[in-house]
Design a protein around this ligand. Structure first.
Ligand code: ZN
Length: 309
């Protein structure tokens, strides 16, 4: 069985404005990297739209309506200091969340071994009723709750190696002992959440903050010693990955010092636990990553590791 890639051209039409780091060029670079000959075995799928019902498992109905109504015919409307919507943003956001739901459906049905969602806007900062940090809908949390509601995977886990803490995902999961969220992230940094003592209702939240200029060895130690054992203990029925690549050494927005190999390593380790605990079921979705070349090469390393899993 192969690795599936879910994407949609609409995800290129969301425009935060000139000079904004979360640009369509990011996704174009990832798609180009995944069309190299070594990725020939990938199974490409068009992302569907998420339904209102799927989005409203995570977001307030009033917030979904607010985002869709904010979408302008031309120009841009700001929803947050650094998050805007343009004419293409509504469709992009529905396809980004729908990609993760569709990927969950496909992996649950055994159509692929695992899946990567090459989408934007990203999602892990989006809260129940708030757009934040380039994120409109929390794609990964929507996918996790979809896995549970639609397919009966009771215990869903999200692991997050984006350089920023996924405050939105943590918020959605913290009170529910059957949901698990774990993250490494630079500390201090945006958005300011993710202290090690934020543990959720049942120890189901695991945060490992890393000091600026921590590199691969510190990152791998955090996963080996803390996150991977906690993930295995949680015994997930489904694992989702918030795959941001902004902890890369070349990223302009942060200063962890990861290399492509670190992403290949962590992906393989997560996949190992997925094999042991949940028949290999893994769905990953693109979050951050703002150096175009580092993003493309590290996303490629991540997907290559999924293919080998
Ligand atoms: Zn990030």
């Amino acid at each position: 069985m192969t690795t599936l890639v879910f994407t949609h051209p609409a995800c290129l039409e969301h425009d935060n404005g000139p000079g904004h780091p979360e640009s369509p060029a990011r996704l174009r670079a990832v798609l180009e990297a995944l069309h190299q000959p070594r990725f020939e075995a990938l199974g490409w799928r068009e992302a569907r739209r998420a339904s209102d019902e799927e989005i409203e498992r995570v977001h307030a109905p009033s917030y979904l309506a607010q985002v869709m109504h904010a979408v302008p015919a031309t120009g841009r409307v700001s929803l947050d200091l650094d998050t805007a919507v343009s004419a293409g943003s509504g469709e992009a956001a529905l396809r980004a969340a729908g990609a993760v739901c569709g990927a969950v459906d496909a992996v649950a049905a055994g159509e692929g071994a695992n899946a990567f969602c090459a989408v934007r806007p990203p999602g892990h900062h989006a809260e129940r009723d708030r757009a934040m940090g380039f994120c409109l809908f929390n794609n990964i949390a929507i996918g996790a709750l979809h896995a549970r509601a639609k397919h009966g995977f009771k215990r869903a886990a999200v692991v997050d190696f984006d350089v920023h803490h996924g405050n939105g995902t943590q918020d959605s999961f913290a009170a529910d002992p059957d949901l698990f969220y774990a993250s490494t992230h630079q500390w201090p940094a945006y958005p300011g959440t993710g202290a090690a003592d934020e543990r959720g209702a049942a120890g189901n939240i695991v945060n490992v903050p890393l000091a600026p200029y921590s590199g691969g060895p510190e990152f791998r130690a955090a996963w080996s010693r803390t996150i991977l054992p906690a993930l295995a203990d949680f015994a997930p029925d489904f694992i989702l990955i918030s795959a941001g690549f902004d902890a890369h050494a070349n990223d302009p927005l942060a200063s962890l010092e990861l290399e492509d190999d670190d992403y290949a390593w962590v992906t393989a380790e997560i996949a190992k636990i997925a094999k042991e605990k949940c028949a290999g079921r893994v769905v990953s979705a693109l979050e951050g990553g703002y150096d175009i070349h580092a993003l493309a090469s590290s996303a490629a390393a991540h997907v290559a590791a999924l293919m080998k899993a």
